[in-house]
Structure formats: C-alpha cells, structure tokens
Design a protein around this ligand. Structure first.
Ligand SMILES: [Cu+2]
Length: 125
C-alpha cells in the first residue's frame, strides 16, 4: 500500500473546485418564466426571439400557461438578456415591458395587453 501523495490531494481538490465553479455556471441550465402573449403567432415570435439569443439552446412557449421553458448556457447569456430580446419583439415579462412601439408592431390578433384588461364590456351587446 502506498501513502497518498500530497500532490494528488491538491489535484483532487483543484478538480473539485473547478467542478463547483462549473456547476455555478451551468452549460445546460433549465429555466422557466412567464411571457405575455396569446396565440400560435406569439409562440413562434417568442421562441424565435429567445433562440436568437446566443447561448439559448432550447425554447418552448406554452400558449395556455404563458410559460417559456428554456435551456441556456449560463456562461453565454442570462434571463435578463433573453427578456430584453423578448421585449424588443413586443412581448412583456414581469421584469421587463416592451416599448409601446415594439408592442404596436405585433400582429393585431396578438394584442395580449388589451386582452388582459377587462374586456367583458366589449363583449356585452
Ligand atoms: Cu399572437
């Protein structure tokens, strides 16, 4: 039996440290957040905008729940960057609202803001 060399211990510790740092910045980090939208067109626009951000590997927006599920490389991007890309194409998130100009550019059927306001009156005849 050999006594463990201190250099090996140092190597092991260094390896553990690197793994921990690697863990904090995940290559395939899953995240989910809410994005405002309404329909199939919104879905395409939201997913396209998210995937257009460098480091986003997977994006799927669910129409009924408004949840955007992502897989991102945390070393390349972060949630805020993705949210600003979404705001640019006219979609709101809790932290970041699209400008009126960006919102005006989305298709009329996608006007989710009006839909969220009390539209019960509009439907009364
Ligand atoms: Cu839409």
């Amino acid at each position: 039996m050999q006594i463990i060399d201190m250099r090996n211990v140092t190597l092991i510790l260094a390896f553990l440290f690197v793994s921990l740092v690697g863990y904090a910045q995940e290559k395939n980090k899953k995240m989910t957040f809410e994005v405002d939208g309404k329909c199939e067109m919104c879905k395409m626009r939201i997913e396209k905008a998210a995937l257009g951000v460098k480091g986003v590997k997977y994006a799927q927006w669910d129409i009924p729940t408004h949840q955007l599920s992502l897989v991102v490389d945390e070393r390349k991007t972060n949630a805020m960057e993705i949210k600003s890309a979404l705001a640019k194409v006219g979609h709101d998130t809790k932290e970041l609202k699209a400008t009126q100009e960006a919102y005006d550019n989305i298709h009329p059927c996608c006007k989710y803001r009006e839909d969220d306001s009390d539209d019960s009156k509009k439907h009364h005849r």
